[in-house]
Design a protein around this ligand. Sequence first.
Ligand SMILES: NC(=O)C1=CN([C@@H]2O[C@H](COP(=O)(O)OP(=O)(O)OC[C@H]3O[C@@H](n4cnc5c(N)ncnc54)[C@H](O)[C@@H]3O)[C@@H](O)[C@H]2O)C=CC1
Ligand SMILES: CC(=O)C(=O)O
Ligand SMILES: [Mg+2]
Length: 562
Amino acid sequence: MDDNKRPLFIHYAGPVLLESPLLNKGSAFTDEERSSFNLHGLLPRAVETIEEQVIRAAEQYRSFTTDMDRHVYLRNIQDTNETLFYRLVEDHISEMMPIIYTPTVGAACEQFSNIYRRSRGLFISYEDRDRVDEVLYNAVGHNVKVIVITDGERILGLGDQGIGGMGIPIGKLALYTACGGISPAYTLPIVLDVGTDNPQRLNDPVYMGTRHARITGDEYNEFVDTVMQAIKRRWPQALVQFEDFAQRNAMPLLQRYKDNMCCFNDDIQGTAAVTVGSLLAACKAQGSELKEQTIAFLGAGSAGCGIAEAIIAEMVSQGLTDKKARSQVFMVDRWGLLLKGMPNLLNFQENLVQPQQLIEQWQTGSDNISLLEVVQNAKPSVLIGVSGTPGLFTQQVIESMAAHHDKPVVFPLSNPTSRVEATPEDILRWSNGRALVATGSPFSPVTIDDTEFVIAQCNNSYIFPGVGLGVLAAGADRVTDNMLMAASRALAECSPLAQKGEGALLPSLEEIQEVSKQIAFAVGKTAMADGVAMRVKLDHLREAIDNSFWQPEYRQYKRSAF
Ligand SMILES: NC(=O)C1=CN([C@@H]2O[C@H](COP(=O)(O)OP(=O)(O)OC[C@H]3O[C@@H](n4cnc5c(N)ncnc54)[C@H](O)[C@@H]3O)[C@@H](O)[C@H]2O)C=CC1
Ligand SMILES: CC(=O)C(=O)O
Ligand SMILES: [Mg+2]
């Protein structure tokens, strides 16, 4: 039977039941339930439907004048009645996603301690390192299936926010539910409190994290390991998503855990999957293939190098040699184009360098080759921004892209909105409406010469809910590279532009649940083929996805015997 339809046996009653966000129905408790659970008199007399509650909540939501107030209001509903929260958000997904996720979640992280109301998730501080098991046993949920964990050091493009980073796991997990149908009862946000190096947070009298510099080196690694091993003991089946770790930790943590736990890094792998999916769709719409593209990146960090490696893998699957594919990918970071032999290259950048000989024939001003020089000489057809630094896609850069390509693809993916490398409006204006633009944070449509351009949101939020749903439905115990590649291809299949030759590059948020189901099926099927999922047979995978898809509907409650 569909999980959502079964009655629920519960042992809470009275005010405790009303204070339990996963169970509270507020004014929707029926007369019979009010008798069974000692609720008479604790609520106004009217028994309302969830639809009536949504109308009131939406009216209240719209009475606020700032996005931060709207965020606080929604978070308050989430902390008091989760079913209503998800129904409200799902019914108004395009309007409310920017409030619970990027861009507003960025400001909510910066002001986390100022807007703090109620506890949610786990704060595991370095000072608690000898009682991490105990901390995990204090968690509200006993049946945790998806964890998003951060240490708050690279929150979007906003840097170190200390425990304020908790806003990100909370926001990501809200999308696991709203977009991917994972029951909120199965989700757990975790922030590791290892201190902060952000003086604004340290000097803020209301900051709620520990006030010391970040723990680093062996102490940091041992602490993370203590937490990961404790998670494995407490919830051995849980999927763990690493989120917004700083560059120096993101890749090493992924390498350390990916082969012995069910985990992935969203910034490296989720972002790679959504970007490859978007590029596959863009290529299909243009009648070309990914292997024909030359691609320039601004930002050779976790996201940039993750996307680059996934693009190369996809080009190889289309028939290129690894060497040829790498010759078509140009990574630009702070010191310019990554070149072989450059000092201070990071491990994961070393395979993404261009040979020194290549640029000997280029027209360049100095040894540090700028993005503009790369665009002028390599003539990339695709430009991707993951630098976290605004304004770096200058008019000259975009005009140069447009001079060499009829339909250049330009993805300024940095979040939040304040960090975008160039606005879609500028990119479209500078390219006379010819560029195909997608951004990390949401942007309104742009009109150029009476033509309206819808701006797709190329954000890993199109990927991780479906990946989580697929992992859970198939019972996968690892997240393989093939599973993420399958997610990319499934997303590309859902592109209106690729399928119909018109419309947006990515499906609208109103379709996100269907998209997540398609991705989940592709991910689950690939998990089976890779031998990391044994629990369900392929014939039953779609059914498992549909049946486990949580709906924000009130279930009937029956009093449990104890
Ligand atoms: N749209 C999406 O789904 C996603 C977007 N992002 C965004 O991408 C950005 C970067 O994220 P990560 O790669 O994880 O961070 P990171 O810190 O690992 O990498 C950023 C890189 O950009 C480089 N950079 C900074 N300023 C630069 C400049 N002026 N010129 C050239 N390079 C410069 C840095 O040196 C660094 O290597 C963030 O703003 C983040 O919000 C990240 C993940 C997903
Ligand atoms: C979207 C996301 O994961 C980021 O900007 O970090
Ligand atoms: Mg992130």
